[in-house]
Design a protein around this ligand. Structure first.
Ligand code: CA
Length: 509
């Protein structure tokens, strides 16, 4: 508190006791940092004592010293999963607490997909926080809008000439309570990023985007926010998302940490595929991006501390999905494999959340109700939210009652297209479930008949190299489909509404 404020309180005759109460009831600030495509495995603390006992994988050989310190102050989740491990669907779930069918974002947003666009009438976490007195700021990648010809610098045109158009400008009426804006749709030149500010001005930047975004976050914390209000600050960094193939993509100081290490010492997992040679070569750049993100996250944390905001600020570090990094499929995401779905999730709230490693299963729609509950706004969680607050499980590691038993896996593809090639519907091609023990995913063909079942025992086979035969493991498969059906019902998913594959999925329990 500054001197003037203190004098005002004294002049008003407030006692020390009421002052303390006023401080105690002040809502916590929330800082939510989520780089894109950041593997849970790419944090060095998973190899350190106190952490390695909790997971059955080896950490990648990365330098993430900031996250190591932060982890010791946080609740660190082993089992946070991105339900639909793809950029736009994840972001829609994260902001609305709804699964992709409800958020309006079932597919990655581009101008061929008018059906994938964050619903204007959806109530987002930023809407709720804004209505409850928060200053709300969004910095970085959004990727939640159907691009239209609304370029503020050149009205009547798209913001980029690429076809299809991916990048987008988000006008004020689509910002869902965020009153401070410094964002873009999606754009992958990490050292030539651009942003539109609150007033729609475009800024062309010539430095590594996470560095610039940390600078903007620090500016926001220092001078741009309303100091009378609690704040909700989202920092959405693009790296370690691809491209990750040259010094155009990363900071040289970070690349130097990895450039002389043989690939087989960087890619230490048994499931790395020899035939994915190009992907393997990206490893030193990917890990360099991870280290750079770690440093920039640290700069934000340092500023929070310097400003004395530590105690009353919830800080989350997570990602929108993982990165298989030369294992499983060539596609780094959008698959049910652990390395695609499992994301970092570290949450620090001094005095309120005891630092611990915690195995509660977190799905993306749980994030909004959990944060609102931690901020004392449990009663403000909209009825539209399909996730659940995990606060009771974050507060007590041993509290297992009612803990989630599984996390839904969702994969959608384009459905029908009109004459102009615009996607008019989406097709729910795969659904599955991830539990503490198993990963299961069912894929259907265009006639909605069974195409493939993928089943893994993640305890015995953490790198998912030995798929189980569902026919030979009938009881396991039956139990998993039963749990999945419950989640499909809760999500009001198209598979539940249409009773897809009724012969193998029982929807009536
Ligand atoms: Ca992404």
């Amino acid at each position: 508190m500054n001197i003037n404020k203190k004098q005002t309180y004294i002049a008003l005759g407030l006692t020390a006791c009421t002052l303390l109460q006023a401080q105690e009831t002040k809502r916590p600030n929330i800082i939510y940092v989520f780089p894109d495509q950041f593997r849970n495995h790419a944090m060095q603390f998973w190899n350190e004592a106190g952490f390695r006992e909790h997971v059955n994988f080896k950490a990648d050989p990365v330098h993430t010293p900031v996250l190591s310190r932060f982890a010791k102050e946080s609740v660190v989740l082993t089992s946070a999963h991105s339900n639909c491990p793809l950029s736009s669907p994840h972001r829609g779930m994260m902001l609305t607490g709804m699964y992709p069918d409800g958020s309006g974002v079932p597919l990655n947003c581009n101008n061929t997909r008018p059906i994938s666009n964050l619903r204007e009438d959806a109530v987002t976490i930023s809407d709720v926080l804004s209505q409850n007195g928060y200053d709300c700021a969004y910095i970085g990648k959004l990727h939640l809008d159907y691009p239209t010809k609304n370029n503020p610098q050149n009205p009547g045109t798209y913001v980029e000439k690429r076809n299809p158009v991916w990048d987008a400008y988000t006008p004020p009426e689509r910002r869902h309570g965020f009153n401070y804006w410094y964002s873009y749709g999606t754009f992958d030149e990490h050292k030539k990023p651009h942003y539109w500010d609150t007033d729609g001005n475009r800024h062309e930047i010539r430095e590594w985007s996470p560095k610039h975004e940390a600078d903007k976050a620090i500016e926001y914390l220092t001078k741009d926010r309303d100091p009378q209000k609690p704040f909700y600050l989202v920092v959405s960094m693009n790296p370690p998302h691809s491209p990750y193939y040259s010094l155009e993509d990363v900071m040289e100081e970070d690349y130097n940490l990895y450039k002389d290490i043989p690939l087989n010492e960087l890619l230490i997992r048994p499931n790395v595929r020899a035939d994915l040679a190009k992907k393997q070569k990206s490893a030193p750049y990917y890990f360099a991006s991870v280290t750079g993100v770690d440093r920039e996250f640290g700069r934000i944390l340092d500023k929070v501390k310097e400003l004395g905001l530590d105690d009353n600020t919830i800080v989350v570090f997570t990602s929108d999905h993982g990165e298989t990094m030369a294992s499983q499929l060539e596609d780094p995401k959008n698959s049910p494999y652990t390395e695609s779905m499992n994301v970092p999730f570290l949450i620090r709230y001094p005095g309120k959340l005891k630092p611990q490693v915690n195995d509660v299963l977190l799905g993306t729609p749980d994030i909004m109700p959990t944060l609102l509950s931690l901020a004392g706004l449990e009663k403000e969680i909209p009825a539209s939210v399909q996730g659940q607050s995990l606060t009771p499980f974050l507060k007590a590691a041993s509290c297992k009652r009612d803990a989630p038993k599984g996390v839904l896996y969702i994969r959608n593809v384009d459905g029908e297209k009109d004459a102009a090639g615009k996607v008019q519907s989406y097709f729910p091609i795969a659904r599955g479930i991830k539990t503490h023990r198993y990963t299961m995913a069912i894929t259907i063909d265009k006639e909605k008949q069974l195409k493939e079942i993928l089943l893994f025992d993640d305890k015995k086979d953490p790198y998912q190299m030995q798929p189980l035969d569902a026919d030979k493991n009938k009881n396991i498969f039956k139990q998993l489909t039963k749990e999945m059906a419950k989640l499909l019902k809760k999500a009001d998913d198209p598979w539940y509404r249409e009773k897809v594959l009724p012969a193998i999925i029982s929807y009536d329990n």
